[in-house]
Structure formats: C-alpha cells, structure tokens
Design a protein around this ligand. Structure first.
Ligand SMILES: [Zn+2]
Ligand SMILES: [Zn+2]
Length: 210
C-alpha cells in the first residue's frame, strides 16, 4: 500500500461520514441529523480543532458529506476538477503538523477554520494522494442493491464489495435464496412424479452474485 497513514485514516473517516446518510446507514435514518449526533461521531474519530456544536456547523458538515459522496461517483477527470476546486475555494495551504501525540501529518487549513471546511480540505488532500498514487480502484461503491454506501478497500487483495458486514450478509442471503430456488427447480425436474416444472421456472429469480 503506497498511501500515507494519514491518507488512509482520512479515507476511513470520509466513508464513515458519507455512510451515515439514510441510504447507507445501519438504521436507515440520517445518523448525523442533530448537533449531538455530529458531536458523538467526531469523538469517535478523535477529530481535533474548532468544533462549534451548533446548527450552522451541522448544516455545513451535511453539505460537505453530500459533496464527498458525489466525488466517489465521478470519473477521474471530473473528480480532479472538483478536488482542485475544493482546495482553491478553501485556499488550502498544505503544511506538516503534529498534535495530540500524533506523528507529523498533513494539514492545509488552520485549526480554527470551520469544521466543514477542514473536513472537505482533508478529504480532498487524501484523494490527491490516492489519485497521484494510481490507487483510485480502491475507492468503490457498495454493490448491495439497496445501498448507496461508499467503501475504501485498503486490503492487499482488494476484493471488498460491500460497505459493511451488514450489506455483505444481506446480499449473501439473497444469493443463498436464489441458489435454493435453483435447487428446488432441479428437484422438480428430476422428481419421478413429474410435477409441473414450468411453475417453478416462472418463480425463479434472476441469479444473484456468487
Ligand atoms: Zn491533525
Ligand atoms: Zn452497503
């Protein structure tokens, strides 16, 4: 893996932020809908710097969340344009910083810049690292039918397909049911009583993954 450790951390943060939205979250609800929920989320990621804990900040972070989500769906040229735009708009000034016992890592905003702006710039810089390292194939969309979650696959073999264990289990269950339906059909076809296989054919679903 050629990505810097702080890049990997930021990608994990970005995915977790986007996957708090209703179309990807565990609850099916917006899991960053209140100032309190945002606060709890940030504590989970040990996010440092200015945190206002107010409605304006929540609004801005939710807008940034949507902007990050859309980045994952862009082709590389469009993504580059969007990322450069984000860095320019925030007047990002990359520099090394060290705080809270962390090793030297990249910052590009002041600690007192608005939270949403710091998140956006941090994610943009992580994506700069991903793109210039030729690792964009590690950024993917969840393959579950009903999920719009993002995933970042930093594993060696790079075969991750789902944003969460929950999505993986759900899609495995669908594949299992499809296989079971297929078995049922085979049994009907070979059954000595000659049951009517046509009914089973019409009930057979399209084969699922795996
Ligand atoms: Zn830092
Ligand atoms: Zn998913």
């Amino acid at each position: 893996m050629r990505l810097a450790p702080d890049t990997q951390d930021t990608l994990g943060f970005a995915v977790s932020l986007v996957n708090s939205s209703p179309a990807a979250s565990r609850s099916g609800l917006d899991e960053i809908a209140t100032v309190e929920q945002l606060g709890a989320f940030l504590i989970g990621w040990s996010y440092s710097g200015r945190i206002d804990n107010n409605a304006t900040e929540l609004d801005e972070v939710r807008q940034t969340r949507a902007a990050i989500q859309s980045l994952w769906r862009l082709g590389i040229d469009d993504a580059v344009e969007a990322i450069n735009g984000m860095l320019l708009e925030s007047r990002a000034l990359p520099h090394l910083a060290r705080h809270d016992g962390l090793p030297w890592h990249l910052h590009a905003t002041e600690p007192d810049a608005p939270l949403a702006q710091r998140i956006e710039v941090e994610v943009a810089l992580a994506l700069v690292d991903v793109i210039r390292s030729g690792e964009t194939h590690r950024l993917r969309l969840c393959e579950a039918d009903d999920c719009s979650g993002l995933l970042v696959d930093l594993s060696r073999n790079g075969t991750k397909r789902f944003c969460s264990i929950r999505c993986g289990n759900r899609m495995n269950m669908v594949a299992f049911r499809d296989r079971a339906a297929g078995d049922h059909l085979v049994r009907l076809r070979t059954s000595p009583s000659g049951d009517r296989p046509n009914r089973a054919v019409s009930a057979l679903r399209a084969p699922g993954p795996g």
